[in-house]
Ligand binder design. Sequence first.
Ligand code: CU
Length: 156
Amino acid sequence: MKKILFALILTSLLLTACGANMPNEVAAKDFWARAGMKDGNSAAYMLIQNGTDADDDLIGAVSDAAQAVELHLSQMKADGTMEMLQQQSIALPAGKAVELKPGSYHVMLIGLTRDLKAGDEISLTLKFKNREDITLTIPVKDAAGMGGSGMDGHMP
Ligand SMILES: [Cu+2]
């Protein structure tokens, strides 16, 4: 467990270092979706950079890979178990990057319309309060070895 934690911390530090190159727009990078079975659930993760001087909000997402797509926040409850809270929006402050990652904010894919296996790709469209949609082609990855397995309660 310690090793996994260390790997997570190291990954966070590397991501933070790489986040220094802020684009002059709202952009998503480092996106991936968790593998899952048809009719089950999955989640998509990414780094969203708001390189503009105006605050914005992520207000939703759509994908043909799931029957419903919601914005969620995973958090630890007082008893040590994880819970997921649906979010109406995720704030994207001007000049900041917001990380959607296991155990935190994520785009929840509910009721997968097909199996998602490592190497597959899904289309996901992000919707913003103040700007045009962004459509991403997101690679599917196995959660194993990424330290996030089961952390969001997405795994059956
Ligand atoms: Cu969720």
